[in-house]
Design a protein around this ligand. Structure first.
Ligand SMILES: [Zn+2]
Ligand SMILES: [Zn+2]
Length: 358
């Protein structure tokens, strides 16, 4: 291999496998789906039905109801909370038995195999003494088109002024590929941890999984319950059961008490709320849609919140008040009788969970 051929081949390899400012690294692109399938074995599932997925659903994942800060983060920063949970889950899985390193090695083997196959097939189309290297690489692109994109820019950067026969170039290519493979395998074993790899991924698995499983991420403007409408395409956000609004920071403007009532109860009452976009303007809850047209909050006269959230408000009433700089909610006496076991049972019933997970 001549020096110039070696440099050109390595340049092409780097463009292909490691990526440059103009080309995306194959390994990074392809690993996102691995991260997703590790966290979610049923990759096409749109619902949480398996054990690993259950651990990422916040209400299901709480081992106990003792962590007040988790509740606040979950209620007030739902999307961040869930993505952090997903990441924690991914870290746990990827760090088990060096799984990440194994996945990368397998992926690299696949990429190298595809490149070698493409080179072999492209070479068969041309005679050995052909000197049209760009033509050879163009042929390769045809075989790689489904899997690997060699941009025009990468091709031109790498191949200018090569004076060589195709056979000689092919040998250089294979030698450079072998060397690069060995170097990368060493790097995988020694340096690249899960964090570093995740940072390099163009498509973040936690964002993909959030969209796929947890929907649009919007929260009720009153109680902060997350939208339960599946998928991205829905005309209105909605949730089956709303929560005491004080959990979502809502307070009585005069007394500063956190509001214990549910938004789904108030939307059929004469109660009013302060318009968040027009200072000092009071709006009737029944007209909420004029202010929040993207939400559908069906009236529910039963005041049915899950026992879980009633229990949470009762138990952490003072802490919520302090955190939200308000006064504690006037919770109904009946809520105070809800036991922790009843609260967790309500949660299990809601999600159809088997016992023992909490
Ligand atoms: Zn609500
Ligand atoms: Zn929605």
């Amino acid at each position: 291999m001549t020096l110039s051929q070696g440099i050109c081949c390595r340049g092409l390899m780097n463009c292909l496998i490691k990526g440059t400012s103009v080309t995306k690294p194959i390994l990074s692109l392809r690993l996102t789906s691995n991260f997703i399938s590790v966290a979610l074995p049923q990759e096409n599932s749109s619902r949480c039905t398996n054990d690993s997925c259950q651990t990422m659903t916040p209400e299901r994942s709480w081992k106990s109801t003792n962590d007040f800060n988790s509740f606040v983060k979950y209620i007030c920063s739902y999307e961040t909370y869930v993505k952090d949970q997903i990441l924690e889950h991914i870290y746990q899985k990827m760090d088990q038995d060096g799984l990440l390193c194994k996945l990368k090695k397998k992926k690299l083997e696949d990429v190298v195999c595809k490149l070698l196959n493409a080179m072999e097939q492209a070479s068969n189309k041309l005679s050995d003494d052909d000197t049209n290297i760009p033509n050879l690489v163009n042929q390769m692109r045809k075989y790689l088109i489904k899997d690997i994109v060699i941009s025009d820019e990468a091709q031109q950067h790498s191949l200018f002024q090569i004076q060589s026969t195709c056979e000689s170039f092919t040998q250089s290519f294979i030698a450079a590929l072998t060397t690069l493979k060995e170097t990368l395998l060493d790097e995988f074993s020694n340096t690249d941890g899960t964090t570093k790899t995740l940072n390099k991924l163009a498509i973040k698995p936690q964002n993909e999984l959030f969209k796929r499983i947890f929907g649009c991420g919007q929260q009720c403007p009153f109680c902060k319950v997350p939208c339960e409408a599946g998928g991205k395409e829905h005309s209105k956000h909605h949730a089956a059961v709303h929560r005491p609004q004080g959990l979502g920071r809502y307070r009585n403007d005069i007394t500063e008490d956190l509001v214990e009532s549910l938004c789904s109860t108030d939307v059929q009452s004469d109660c009013r709320f302060l318009n968040p976009v027009k200072q000092g303007e009071w709006v009737q809850y029944k007209d909420y849609a004029t202010i929040f047209p993207d939400w559908h909050i069906p009236p529910d006269p039963t005041m049915e919140a899950s026992d879980f959230w009633k229990y949470v408000l009762v138990r952490y009433n003072k802490q919520f008040a302090k955190r939200y700089e308000a006064k504690p909610a006037n919770v109904p006496q009946t809520w105070k009788k809800i036991t922790k076991e009843q609260a967790l049972k309500g949660l299990r019933d809601t999600f159809g969970m088997k016992g023992g997970n909490l």
